[in-house]
Design a protein around this ligand. Structure first.
Ligand code: ZN
Length: 130
């Protein structure tokens, strides 16, 4: 992942679906997790109003500014808010694979949540089953 802004949400469902397809697994489990402590992987609706609501809600809970209000930032970093936002939105998800496809509830999509972007980060996909 390489989100060009400090924060952003990316629908990674097409990429994860492609990995499931390539695996050839028909019945199993698919784990997807962010490999960084300032990014999340979570499941919800792909709806722009909701995404704006997340941004506002997370900024209310853990505002980026003032950067000096966080103990963590005394290390010289400025991303304490990103660590907290990641904690709220979660590290990753596990989705059932049924008939060779991700078995979602209505409107469910997998998102990568970036909270301290403008650099390359990784997402791990691990699939087990038969
Ligand atoms: Zn940090």
């Amino acid at each position: 992942m390489d989100v060009p802004a400090r924060r952003g949400l990316v629908n990674i469902t097409p990429q994860v679906s492609e990995v499931v397809k390539e695996s050839g697994i028909k019945e199993g489990l698919c784990l997807v997790n962010a490999m960084h402590i300032t990014a999340s992987v979570f499941i919800n609706d792909d709806e722009s109003g909701l995404h704006q609501d997340y941004e506002r809600w997370l900024e209310e809970l853990a505002p980026h500014e003032p950067v000096s209000s966080y103990q963590h930032n005394r290390t010289g970093e400025d991303n304490a808010d990103a660590h907290l936002k990641r904690q709220i939105m979660g590290r990753g998800v596990v989705v059932a694979i049924t008939d060779g496809k991700l078995d979602f509830g209505p409107w469910e999509q997998i998102f990568y949540g970036e909270f301290d972007g403008r650099r390359r980060k990784r997402v791990l996909v691990k699939i087990i089953g038969e």
